[in-house]
Design a protein around this ligand. Structure first.
Ligand SMILES: N=CN[C@@H](CCC(=O)O)C(=O)O
Ligand SMILES: [Mn+2]
Ligand SMILES: [Mn+2]
Length: 352
């Protein structure tokens, strides 16, 4: 008997529902009205329905069921007036739903299931980027981050290989791979040393991948808690040159100083991958995660910083990770994830 360990399910459009408002003006628009199965739209959503990395990392599993619930919460949000103005009221189908990658987790299965899910997901991500869209990954555990990075890497390096050496006016011109910057909103550094990939290792894996390809590692982690990371992890962060902005910095440092730090980081790279681990927010705001935060950073801060980063127009990949609906209260965590997802989508469509 063949056991399928990783599978892809196409978009379930029954999730894209919301209020019907036949008596309102045409400006009463919701995201569910602008989504179709993925077909080269400006934004492509792709679910990573996998929490095997969380299991391997000794966390609380359950994140694998989050992608359709985040979509559903997002579908019901209104499309802001600025976006309607940007498209002169003629809103095209802006969102493509590329379905979900499933990692059929089972303790008896071979250890390579997570890795297979990451590469299958990365192929989808890379396809969307190559078609000119912004892929947004919906986790799933934070092992999504290595898949997101791999997809971005594949898209950038494929393009690089194609045009690696060109002849312009009889002169050979060699192009270089764009410098990638990674910005992670997270209480955790996720650079653990381990014999297998987990939800706690993705940024160490990215560092090693880049090192193998002689590329610099630019990693900025925002919201890091001194009570959620060991001294060994802070040592590794220093060795790897990680820009650490702690949860306490986010509370006590002036906004302008933090924004300047992030702007400087952004100025050093060509393209950005932005990832939001929802456990960066306080557990009162986001209870539905594997590792709830006692302290956390404010939603208003995360949203403001996400807008600032998106304004750079360098973001080529984004994802939202670690929502665990098993521990959610009143769908609160999914609603916060949907709000951040809407912020990324809106800002991308406004600046691109
Ligand atoms: N992606 C999450 N990573 C955290 C989980 C911590 C926990 O489960 O307590 C980490 O490995 O540090
Ligand atoms: Mn975390
Ligand atoms: Mn994380």
């Amino acid at each position: 008997m063949t056991i399928t360990t990783v599978s892809h399910t196409v978009a379930d459009m029954t999730r894209w529902t919301g209020r019907a408002e036949p008596f309102e003006t045409a400006r009463a628009r919701y995201w569910y009205q602008l989504a179709q199965p993925y077909e080269q739209q400006p934004v492509g959503l792709i679910g990573f329905a996998c929490d095997q990395g969380v299991r391997r990392n000794q966390g609380r599993v359950g994140a694998r069921v989050a992608p359709p619930l985040i979509r559903q919460a997002f579908a019901a949000l209104p499309v802001i007036k600025e976006l309607q103005q940007r498209f002169d009221g003629q809103l095209p189908t802006l969102l493509g739903d590329a379905g979900d990658i499933h990692c059929h987790d089972n303790d008896d299965f071979a250890a390579s299931i997570l890795e297979a899910a990451q590469t299958t997901y990365a192929d989808k991500v890379s396809h969307i980027i190559k078609q000119g869209g912004l892929p947004i990954g919906l986790g799933g555990g934070h092992a999504i981050a290595y898949g997101s990075f791999l997809g971005l890497w594949q898209a950038l390096t494929k393009r690089h290989d194609d045009t690696n050496v060109s002849v312009i006016n009889s002169k050979t011109v060699t192009r270089t791979t764009p410098t990638i910057g990674v910005i992670n909103f997270d209480a955790h550094l996720d650079i653990r040393q381990s014999d297998v990939a987990t939800s706690g290792t993705p940024f160490r894996q990215i560092a090693e991948h880049l090192d193998t390809h002689d590329q610099p590692f630019h990693y900025c982690c925002i919201g890091v808690s001194r009570f959620s990371n060991t001294a060994a992890l802070f040592d590794r962060a220093e060795q790897l040159g990680v820009q650490v902005i702690s949860d306490e910095d986010c509370h006590f440092q002036p906004w302008e100083s933090l924004a300047k730090q992030v702007d400087t980081f952004i100025s050093q790279v060509d393209v950005l991958y932005i990832t939001i681990d929802m456990d960066c927010l306080p557990s009162s705001v986001v209870p539905g995660v594997s590792a709830p935060a006692a302290y956390g950073i404010e939603l208003s801060f995360v949203e403001r910083m996400v807008k600032r980063i998106m304004a750079s127009n360098k973001v080529k990949m984004a994802d939202i990770a670690e929502i665990n609906p098993t521990f959610d209260v009143d769908n609160r965590s999914c609603k916060v994830a949907a709000r951040l997802l809407a912020t990324i989508v809106e800002q991308h469509l406004l600046v691109s």
